[in-house]
Design a protein around this ligand. Structure first.
Ligand code: GLU
Length: 502
């Protein structure tokens, strides 16, 4: 027997942004397909026209591509199974619906929404789980509705839906790749609507038909779709199709173990991109939401290719996965620590260009936008920033003059002699050759020692004048990178300002 080529799909509804849960579903489908040397496909499920959002399809695909999840077939990239947008496949669903009607697995239903609601309320009052009462189930299918009545409604052009007839008293069973065997009792299953009155199929109907026609071998999706399984399996049975394999992913939880919600933080992938998280960290983080490599490994940082190599559905847990932003922040820092500076430069150059368009700098633009300067800033700040853009925003003193000085720090670090000491030391810096971290450090130590002072007496004020803030990388290295001219200018200007304030 020739093994079938693995095909998986991510099937988002274009109703807005890409949810982090959606990214995880897409990623697991992608990892699994690539690991198995198969294909990953994106299909757009837009059968609920009232929820459709302009541009959502393009945004979803763009965000996935940003994360490195590139589909082999998609509405954008084309494919061999016709359109990958469900609203462009209506004729196909109609054809299959007719087949079910003919085979008496489905029937027309003319119940109005008021009637359905009345029926629902009644059943709730009686303590039953609400289900369609099968008012329109035809006589020849075991119901009470004569075919003449159905024909009359049809001829009058009354709106209708098509419902599947769920067989009574059978049990529906399947083996979930994550959960193991799952069984459902058909008496709890409603006669699901397959075609809506607007002529569009429901999600359940369209997705089963497409999953079959597009030859998917594995359906990997969120746990919220598990209760829909019996309806889907029955459809496979009605059509005589062999179902693909299924894997339902665990829920994403807030740290308090409630279901991940907008109220407790951002859930749109775009929000995280906007904040400056890198695709490597997000993908790594999302991959770990429910999957781990197994006992005996301490590894937490994975590149996409490594995830592809190591991913397996057997290692996806059943229990809800906690979405812990602290972990994401930690991962982001790990990535920044190890990313080649050339890559960081590529990210921060546009950030710097945008800042330079807004503010003037007294430094040489050619120097501060050059590779050499940026590399030095990156090496000094790698361990200190949380996001790549912070190389520019958090340590803006490498690019712009400080606009103010931390008030508390000035109060704490200035003694009456500070400005005189700074003036005297500045004279030494003016002639120091070469102007490097080592020479500045030795000069400073040699300057304070004979005076019986500690180095800190100058270290803190120098840092504050050069950067505006009381924290940062090694002072001596920072001064070297800034260069003699900028350092002297900043000290002189700062002394004047601070003495005026005194
Ligand atoms: N369109 C469904 C969703 O938005 C897809 C569910 C499935 O993967 O079957 O989640």
């Amino acid at each position: 027997m020739v093994a079938q080529r693995v095909r998986t799909r991510f099937a988002p509804s274009p109703t807005g942004y890409l949810h982090v849960g959606g990214l995880r579903t897409a990623l697991y489908n992608y990892l699994f397909a690539k690991k198995m040397k198969g294909d990953f496909i994106i299909r757009i499920e837009d059968t609920d026209q009232s929820r459709k959002v302009e541009d959502a399809q393009q945004n979803l695909i763009k965000t996935l591509e940003w994360a490195g999840i590139i589909a082999d077939e998609s509405p954008e990239h084309g494919g061999s199974f016709g359109s990958y947008v469900q609203s462009e496949r209506l004729h196909i669903y109609r054809e299959y619906c007719d087949r079910l009607l003919e085979d008496k697995h489905a029937y027309y239903c003319f119940s109005t929404s008021e009637e359905l609601e009345e029926n629902r309320q009644l059943q709730l009052k009686q303590g039953f789980q609400p289900k369609y009462n099968r008012k329109w189930l035809p006589e020849e299918m075991g119901g009470a509705m004569p075919s003449s009545e159905i024909r009359k409604k049809m001829e009058a052009g009354s709106p209708y839906v098509v419902r599947m007839k769920v067989p009574d008293y059978i049990s529906v069973w399947f083996e979930d790749m994550i959960r193991g065997p799952v069984e459902f009792d058909s008496s709890t299953i409603d006669d699901q609507v397959l075609m809506k009155s607007d002529g569009f199929p429901t999600y359940h109907f369209a997705s089963v038909i497409d999953d079959h026609l597009m030859e998917f071998t594995h359906i990997i999706r969120g746990e919220e779709w598990l209760p829909s399984m019996p309806k889907h399996l029955l459809l496979y049975e009605f059509f005589g199709w062999e179902p693909p394999r299924f894997a339902h992913l665990p829920l994403l939880l807030n740290p308090d173990r409630s279901k991940l919600s907008k109220r407790q933080g951002d859930v749109a992938v775009e929000d995280y991109i906007r904040k400056g998280y890198s695709c490597d960290a997000i993908v790594n983080f999302v991959a770990m939401l429910g999957w781990n490599e197994g006992e005996g490994t301490e590894q937490e940082v994975y590149a996409l290719q490594e995830l592809i190599d190591k991913f397996s559905l057997e290692r996806v847990g059943k229990a809800g996965a906690v979405f812990n932003v602290e972990k994401l922040n930690w991962l982001e820092k790990q990535y920044i620590k190890h990313r080649p500076s050339a890559d960081i430069i590529n990210t921060i150059r546009p950030v710097l260009a945008a800042e330079l368009a807004k503010r003037e700098t007294l430094l040489s633009v050619d120097v501060i936008t050059g590779d050499h300067y940026l590399e030095q800033v990156i090496e000094l700040m790698r361990e200190r920033v949380g996001f790549e853009h912070e190389f520019v925003t958090f340590s803006s003193y490498f690019f712009f003059e400080p606009e103010s000085y931390e008030e508390e720090a000035v109060k704490k670090r200035w003694i009456p002699e500070t400005n005189d000491l700074l003036r005297e030391f500045t004279a030494e810096l003016e002639v120091l050759e070469p102007f490097t971290a080592e020479t500045i450090e030795s000069a400073l130590k040699a300057f304070v020692a004979p005076k019986g002072l500690k180095a800190a007496v100058l270290i803190h004020p120098l840092r504050i004048l050069a950067s505006g803030v009381s924290f940062g990388p090694s002072l001596y290295h920072m001064l070297e990178v800034l260069g003699r001219e900028a350092v002297l200018r900043r000290i002189t200007k700062g002394i004047d300002l601070i003495s005026v304030a005194e």
